[in-house]
Structure formats: C-alpha cells, structure tokens
Design a protein around this ligand. Structure first.
Ligand code: DGL
Length: 313
C-alpha cells in the first residue's frame, strides 16, 4: 500500500542525466522521498556525455537545467557524475546567481554525498585530520570525462591521506547500457574494464586488492550484475570488493538537505499550479518524437518498477 507522506516542497524536483542512467538515482529518491513529485530529463539526443569536451558538457547541462526550471522545478539534481564533475561548480557559482538571483532555485550534484560516503566525513568538515578516515583501496569506474576531471581524486585526497583511489574509464559502457546490450556481451565488456582496473592495483599480501568499488556513473548500476560477475570471475570470494550504492546514499543526503532548505525553496514560489505530489514522475527526453521511445520506456519501467512513457521536451 502506498504510504501517505507530506511533501517538503511545493514544486517538483528536477532530476537530470545525459540519458537513462539518472533513473537509478530517481528510483532511490522516490523510495526515500515518497511525498515529493519528480520531473526527469534525459538528454538522450546528445548522450553519451563522457567523450565530449568540458565546454560541450557545460553547455548541454546548462540547457537541461533551464528546461527543468521552465517545467516548474526549483531544485534540480544533476544525477549524472559527468555533468556534476564538469559543470556543477560553474553553474552554482556563476550562472545561477546571474540568471536566478535571490536563491529561489538550486542545483545539486551527486559527487558531494558520494565523497562523504567514501571518506566517512561531512563535506564541510575541516580537512586534514585523518584519524577517522579509512585506509580503503577504492576502485572507481566512471566515464572518460569524469576520470579526466580528477574530481573524485581531488576531493577524496583533500579529506584523506590514506584512501587510495584507482580509476578506470569505461568508454563503451554508457552506449552499451542505453542500447541494452545482450548480457553475455555486457559481461565480456565489463570483465575487460575490471581486469584493467585490477592491473593498476599494487599487490598486497595482507588485504583484498580493492576494499570497495564505486560505480561512479549513474548508468552503471543498471549493469550491476555484470560488475559482480566480473569480480566473481577475477577474484576468490574472500578478496571480492563491496559495492558502494550511489543511488540510496544520494537520496538520503537529499532528504537531509530538504529538511534544512525546504523553507527557503518554498518561500518565493511563484503561482505554480502543483497542488500535491504526483505519484508517477514526468519523464522527458530530448530525443525526437519521430524516434521510437519504446526501449527508453522499457528501461525506465525496469528501473522504476512502474509503467513509464517518455515525452519529448
Ligand atoms: N550517467 C552519466 C554519469 O553518471 C553518464 C554520462 C555519459 O553520458 O557518458 O556520468
């Protein structure tokens, strides 16, 4: 039975990704924030973002955020590690104050809660003290642009002197997931990336090669079973890493953000017509309506567990 849960916001929350990967984050948000309404935008026409230049990623992300604001969202989550790593800071610091002054609108990413989870410390805690930081070896799988940005390395490095991060770009994986590549071919592709990542890790006699694996692209949880099978094939059971679940840690972090900021976000709401939470999210895509959306719809249905239909925006 559906819980009745009060909404903290009187406007829908925008969730953006280059394609369908952000649906994994949306599923987490729906689970942990059942009272909120969501508008999801996938920029399928321009995906993947991973091989694009920083200025292309910035321009596409800015345009997507504007589209979500024009749908009545006043808070947009960049549910895309690539967009968050490349574009978020500039959007928050330069674009937002210039185009939406008065703090009526916000943009958040998913790197902050993920780095908090990886390092075990709050984002704003003064760095340097290392006593509480773990000495984990963490394997990061991400897009070329995220790996190139070194955002995870930099931010983790500021907070811990002992965590070792090994990054592996997976150039072919987003298109493979968007096209629902057959399971055996997906397994082979991911096995190759897992091998490359493990080859970077220096051998150690007294620990697992990797303590944790972070799927640092929101598409990758859609292929979680293949990642697990890869490590099963490559490592004995006792040496296999744990997986960090980005969707649920991001959802819990947003929940706490809303508890702190809902009053501000609601304060100057213009006459938006939303009267209460809409249980099914509005799913928008940049893909031409002449193109068949059925594969997008079925991936969304699988991820969200409800009948879905993308609309062109
Ligand atoms: N889901 C995006 C991410 O988290 C994928 C980016 C892409 O389109 O390459 O990075």
């Amino acid at each position: 039975m559906k819980q009745s849960c009060p909404s903290l916001l009187n406007s829908p929350i925008g969730v953006f990704d280059s394609g369908s990967g952000g649906l994994t984050i949306l599923a987490g948000l729906q689970k942990h924030l059942p009272g909120e309404s969501f508008v999801y935008l996938g920029d399928h026409a321009n995906a993947p973002y991973g091989p694009r230049t920083n200025s292309e990623i910035y321009a596409l992300t800015q345009r997507a955020v504007e589209k979500l604001f024009s749908q009545g969202c006043r808070l947009v989550i960049l549910a895309c590690n690539t967009a968050a790593a490349i574009a978020l800071r500039k959007l928050q610091q330069d674009w937002l104050p210039e185009h939406y002054p008065g703090q009526t609108h916000s943009i958040l990413g998913i790197l902050v809660p993920t780095i908090e989870a990886v390092t075990g410390r709050p984002w704003l805690e003064t760095p340097v003290v290392t006593a509480r930081a773990s000495s984990d070896r963490i394997g990061l799988f991400a897009t070329e642009a995220t790996v190139r940005s070194r955002s995870y390395d930099t931010e983790v490095g500021k907070r811990s002197e002992t965590i070792r991060l090994y990054s592996q770009a997976c150039a072919e994986l987003v298109p493979a997931i968007e096209q629902s590549l057959r399971a055996d071919r997906m397994d082979r592709l991911i096995l190759g990336y897992a091998r490359e990542l493990l080859a970077q890790v220096p051998p150690s006699s007294n620990s697992r090669p990797l303590d944790k694996v972070l799927l640092g692209c929101t598409h990758y949880p859609l292929a979680l079973a293949s990642f697990k099978r890869a490590f099963e094939e490559l490592l004995p059971e006792a040496d296999r890493p744990d997986f960090i679940c980005q969707p649920s840690l991001c959802a819990l972090s947003l929940k706490s953000y809303l508890d702190r900021h809902a009053a501000r976000l609601n304060h100057t709401a213009p006459n938006e017509s939303l009267t209460g939470p809409v249980t099914t999210p509005l799913l928008l895509t940049s893909l031409d309506s002449a193109i068949d959306h059925s594969s997008l719809d079925s991936l969304a249905e699988q991820t969200l567990g409800t009948s879905c239909s993308f609309r062109r925006v």
